[in-house]
Design a protein around this ligand. Sequence first.
Ligand code: ATP
Ligand code: MG
Length: 338
Amino acid sequence: MFSSDLAIDLGTANTLVYAKGRGIVVNEPSIVAINKNNGDVEAVGKEAKEMLGRTPGNIVAIKPMKDGVIADFKVTEKMLTYFIQKAHNRKMLVHPRIVIGVPSEITQVEKRAVMDSAYRAKASEVHLVEQAMVAAIGAGLPITEPSGNMIVDIGGGTTDIAVINEGGVQGTKMFGIGGRAYTHAVERDLSVDFEKAEELKVGLSNNKAPVSQRPAIEAALAKTADVWISGIELALSEFTKLDHLPHRMFLCGGGSSLDLLMDRLEQTEWYKTLPFTRKPSVHHIRPDQVSGIKDTTGDVNDHTFITAMGLLRVGMDTKQFAEDSGSIRDKIDKMLSV
Ligand SMILES: Nc1ncnc2c1ncn2[C@@H]1O[C@H](COP(=O)(O)OP(=O)(O)OP(=O)(O)O)[C@@H](O)[C@H]1O
Ligand SMILES: [Mg+2]
């Protein structure tokens, strides 16, 4: 049966689209190339990224999402429209129902902006769900275990945290440090441009960074990691209604690819001031731990995609309950607390 329903993980760095029954159909950078002379969109996604650096002077590449929120409404709308069309093989006969993942603590105004963009991109129905919560579901973790879990999704602009125990999702928190902050640190300390800094940062995990530069890159990342760790500590200290925190932490999102973060979480005593009953253990979540999602792009292969996968599952599963009363959030809570 053909369905036009879509779930979209509108990320600061990457956007993923899942089409019901078909799996992940779009996985592209959140970039739009605009012609400065007439405002026309020249390219979106991968194509726009390829234009970066080798564009004629009249074309600018815009990243319309910043820190997990829409910084440029018009461009976001154009990007959404393009991805929605792409997901439908450019057939715009149908007006899809769309579920979109947003950071945990965005304001009503920001939520409204995301929804308006999707409606203007021809959606018939739009639902927003929180990224941290869907990352938790994407992880497919046992949620009924008394000990519970914490899911930490480190994206480009934000870190989103969900705490889950036998009572279901106990809450979500976020703070504005993601992978981009690390890239900026490298940019600043090594006096290179953002693109080069990104290359050096990623090069550290895949061994492509020049050996002579590694110490300087590591030093830049280490300083940011200190601030990030404080962010984690502070965010977790805000779960004041819980008498203790779950001692298992699962990392996902592109930003969690830095080994340094895992090392810090394991090797420092950041948790000492928090109500843990024992030292938290830290793990990565991998897509093969997530069931029920098919990937048609062929490159959904690591923890980077967990939020999208969860979103897709939550979004679609939630739609099955569309006739139920109550908010989407209630429904998700209900699903989670089964
Ligand atoms: N191998 C790697 N090493 C280090 N960092 C990486 C690696 N791969 C991706 N990243 C970083 O991950 C970040 C993007 O992660 P992700 O795709 O999860 O973000 P997003 O979902 O688009 O953003 P957000 O959730 O904040 O809106 C970027 O900052 C990127 O530099
Ligand atoms: Mg994300």
